[in-house]
Design a protein around this ligand. Structure first.
Ligand code: SF4
Length: 236
């Protein structure tokens, strides 16, 4: 779906979120800064023009079988929540599912990963079990009709299916993430992008991963990330 960008709207979010994220990173460190940014993120999406047209509802989970990309800071925020909220049985199931998913996806290139439906390890009975701390990718994925999401799920090889989305919600979410990521990168933290299951597997199997991230080193030994450029910049 082609959209016309609103440069003033994008610039306003880039500037406001970058400045708020810089302050939070300085005062609270990266994990708490992300927590605070997620509250602003949700509010931006809620107040974006057109947010009332979204079809996304609790119990609708077609998109939770698509590939999810995350940054390390999101993985450690999720695991913090998991350690506090999950039972031993839930944690054991999570480890099992993450290991199986990571193995199934490991040898695939980006294109083949996009063509593979894999149930997210946090999806349980069509509900997200980590909704408050879900990744930025999930927060920004939205549609104005679930039919396109269902069609993508039912035809994973057809990458031309393009669910209808709300242009201002799209711009608000994208600019927000770009601004937070820029502040994180400027502060010296890893901002590479990883496949969700691979990053969870690496973090769950290595108790030092978070300490390396907080020390501004690469957190995951043996797992290469991708440096993904921002979608929006100040000149948009
Ligand atoms: S983290 Fe939650 S919202 Fe994101 S894909 Fe998994 S179940 Fe769905």
């Amino acid at each position: 779906m082609e959209i016309t960008l609103d440069p003033g709207y994008i610039r306003g979010i880039l500037s406001a979120e970058h400045s708020a994220a810089q302050q939070d990173l300085q005062h609270f460190g990266p994990i708490e800064a992300l927590a605070r940014s997620q509250i602003r993120h949700d509010e931006r999406l809620r107040s974006a023009p057109g947010s009332g047209t979204l079809a996304c509802r609790a119990g609708c989970a077609w998109c939770c079988y698509f590939t999810v990309d995350v940054r390390a800071v999101e993985v450690f925020r999720i695991l913090e929540r998991v350690e506090h909220a999950f039972s031993a049985l839930q944690l054991a199931r999570l480890r099992e599912e993450v290991t199986a998913n990571a193995a199934a996806l490991r040898e695939l290139d980006d294109l083949d990963r996009m063509r593979r439906n894999v149930k997210c390890p946090f999806l349980d009975e069509a509900r997200c079990t980590i909704y408050e701390v879900r990744p930025q990718t999930c927060r920004n994925y939205h549609a104005t009709s679930a039919l396109g999401c269902q069609a993508s799920y039912e035809n994973p090889y057809d990458l031309d299916i393009d669910p209808e989305f709300a242009p201002y919600v799209y711009q608000a979410g994208g600019a927000h993430v770009d601004a937070f990521t820029r502040a994180l990168k400027e502060a010296g933290y890893d901002t590479d992008v990883y496949e969700l299951n691979a990053a969870l597997e690496a973090a769950l199997s290595d108790p030092q991963a978070r300490a390396r991230f907080e020390a501004k080193d690469k957190p995951f030994i043996g797992l290469a990330g991708r440096d993904v450029p921002p979608e929006f910049d100040e000149s948009d």
